[in-house]
Design a binder for this molecule. Structure first.
Ligand code: HEM
Length: 374
């Protein structure tokens, strides 16, 4: 009689697979933060399948080590392993709970923020754990045909669970059923300013003094511009306004509108008709020089983000939403509307548009520290 085929791979293969799974989850997780276009939807699918496959792997692992982590047997190394197990289980559980429509009110944060927070702690704890207990499976074990079958089975189970949960969510009509491909749920579309006010990290400036505020266009341009709020076509019927350009003829910028969907990484999305000026019209008035390649949008808080010149031209600097003036929380007097970009790239409280030759990488730090200086 043929020997029984045990689906559970050898211990080191389970451990190695967990390492690979966490690397895939972290990579797809971080990439998901900048994936706002449907063409990037596969990132979320891979994340979901890897996440569900990890549930199976972790269950095998915990069943194997359960006797070693009893309270009496705990030393510092094992305590670290237990903490890793708890945080990983937390990351998995909050991810699945989110998919099924879970909600958690943690003040400025919600369930998906908790998931992402736990998800970022897992690799740190895993690195400590691996320093204490790293052991690679032997090559022949990994290459073993039976283990290849087992990997396929684990991934297959993850994909099946993923499909099954989407169907279950739809049949049960859970709050998770209408998620966008990004996992975000609709909130406050077409309701003017009545949609969630969130900041990437800590940006929370005082209301901007509109009379003192100007929008400056600087950097690799033939003519730097400085526009006051009064100079901008902000109201209905104000179709265009003239922009003085020193000794050059004044340029005119028309009021423009754009319907666009704002998708925040904290798990909500909202679609609106935004009103303001096209960045392309502003750039035409300033005339970027031949070295211009990027456009950086800077907030009064120091928060900033760049778009490639071509993409920036189609973006909008909004002063109105669904016909209403933007509220302070949504970035008054002016915020960036960058279709296809995740919400944290839609810079709020914009005061400068800087045309650059290269992307200012300092912004990758600024988005985390702006607003922390109180
Ligand atoms: C930077 C870190 C991470 C980010 C940004 C992130 C983001 C997300 C998002 C947006 C979802 C919801 C997808 C949807 O609604 O379809 C999700 C689901 C999930 N994530 Fe993460 N995640 C991260 C790290 C992790 C880690 C480290 C783990 C596991 C250890 C994990 C496991 C899961 C699981 C199991 C799901 C549910 C998948 C499903 O049921 O379809 N995530 N994650």
């Amino acid at each position: 009689m043929a020997p029984e085929f045990d689906l559970e791979p050898p211990p080191r293969v389970v451990d190695g697979s967990l390492l690979v799974a966490v690397v895939v989850l972290l990579a797809t997780g971080i990439t998901s933060l900048v994936s706002g276009r449907p063409s990037g939807g596969w990132v979320f699918d891979v994340h979901a399948v890897a996440g569900l496959a990890t549930v199976v792997l972790l269950a095998w692992k915990l069943r194997r080590v359960r006797h070693r982590i009893s309270p009496g047997a705990l030393d510092a190394t094992r305590a670290m392993s237990v903490l890793l197990g708890v945080v990983t289980t937390g990351a998995l559980a909050t991810g699945v709970w989110w998919v099924f429509g879970g909600r958690l009110d943690l003040g400025p944060w919600g369930l998906l923020n908790l998931h992402i927070g736990l998800g970022l702690v897992v690799p740190v704890l895993l690195a400590v754990h691996l320093r204490q207990r790293f052991a690679l499976p032997r090559r022949e074990t990994v290459a073993d045909r039976r283990n290849a079958l087992r990997y396929g089975a684990v991934l297959g189970a993850g994909a099946l669970a993923w499909r099954a949960q989407e169907t279950t969510s739809r049949v049960l009509d859970t709050a998770g059923a209408d998620r966008r491909f990004t996992g975000s749920r609709e909130d406050g579309s077409d309701a003017g300013n009545d949609f969630p006010v969130t900041s990437w990290v800590a940006d929370d400036p005082d209301p901007v003094d509109v009379d003192a505020w100007t929008l400056d266009v600087t950097g690799h341009v033939d003519t730097s511009l400085s526009l006051s709020a009064a100079a901008l076509p902000v109201g209905e019927g104000e179709s265009e306004t003239a922009i003085s350009r020193g000794d050059r003829d004044p340029a005119s910028v028309e009021a423009a509108g754009k319907r666009a969907l704002l998708d925040c990484t904290s798990g909500w999305y909202s679609e609106h008709d935004w009103g303001g000026i096209r960045v392309g019209d502003l750039l035409d008035a300033a005339a970027p020089d031949e070295d211009a390649a990027w456009v950086q949008f800077q907030s009064v808080t120091g928060y900033r983000w760049s778009l490639p010149l071509g993409e920036a031209r189609d973006a909008l600097l909004a002063t109105r939403v669904d016909g209403d003036p933007l509220s302070h929380g949504h970035g008054a007097p002016m915020r960036l509307v960058a279709p296809g970009r995740r919400g944290f790239q839609w810079v709020k409280w914009v005061e400068e548009v800087r045309v650059t030759r290269r992307r200012g990488l300092g912004e990758l730090v600024a988005v985390f520290v702006s607003g922390l200086d109180g």
